[in-house]
Ligand binder design. Structure first.
Ligand SMILES: [Zn+2]
Length: 172
């Protein structure tokens, strides 16, 4: 009953808020909060979600323009870095964050797709961090394993060899 009420409230509020319109139309916990990733990456994902990267006080971009929510997407060529067409969405980073799986995927195609996209997502978010906080110093990780890669590849490590699967299992 509470879940139904929250979903109705979400649907009622969506038309009024641009950020809500971009989010998934469900009231489940966002996978950003559940997926293994470095805390600073999670923080950046959340800040992008909430539209906080443009900041309260307008700051200049490297190009000289003032940073708005939309400006970096065009200026830093988000669409091309993330291989998302302009026809698909006006915010490719939001688009990909909306598609983060809530469970580690089993399909190799999906796993490979995220392995290609994740470093680009992290790079663009780091660029936003530098724009927002010019004095930011990115810490050097002592552990070279990105928790996200371990998480996204979880099932791949335990998948039985194809020859040991019955023929119908390849279709699943
Ligand atoms: Zn710019």
């Amino acid at each position: 009953m509470i879940k139904t009420y929250r979903l109705e409230l979400l649907n009622a509020l969506r038309p009024q808020f641009t950020l809500l319109q971009k989010c998934r139309p469900t009231n489940n916990v966002d996978p950003i909060m559940l997926i293994s990733m470095l805390p600073r990456i999670r923080s950046r994902c959340i800040r992008w979600r909430l539209g906080w990267f443009s900041g309260e006080i307008p700051k200049p971009c490297h190009c000289g323009a003032t940073i708005t929510k939309k400006h970096p997407i065009q200026c830093r060529h988000f669409h091309s870095h993330l291989s998302i067409s302009f026809a698909t969405t006006d915010d490719p980073l939001f688009f990909l964050l909306n598609r983060l799986p809530s469970q580690p995927p089993r399909a190799r195609l999906c796993i490979n797709c995220w392995k290609r996209s994740w470093p680009n997502i992290c790079t663009l978010l780091l660029e936003m961090e530098y724009l927002q906080h010019p004095t930011h110093v990115e810490p050097t990780d002592t552990d070279t394993h990105d928790p996200f890669f371990l998480w996204i590849d979880r099932h791949a490590h335990f998948r039985p060899a194809p020859s040991s699967l019955p023929p119908s299992a390849h279709l699943m």
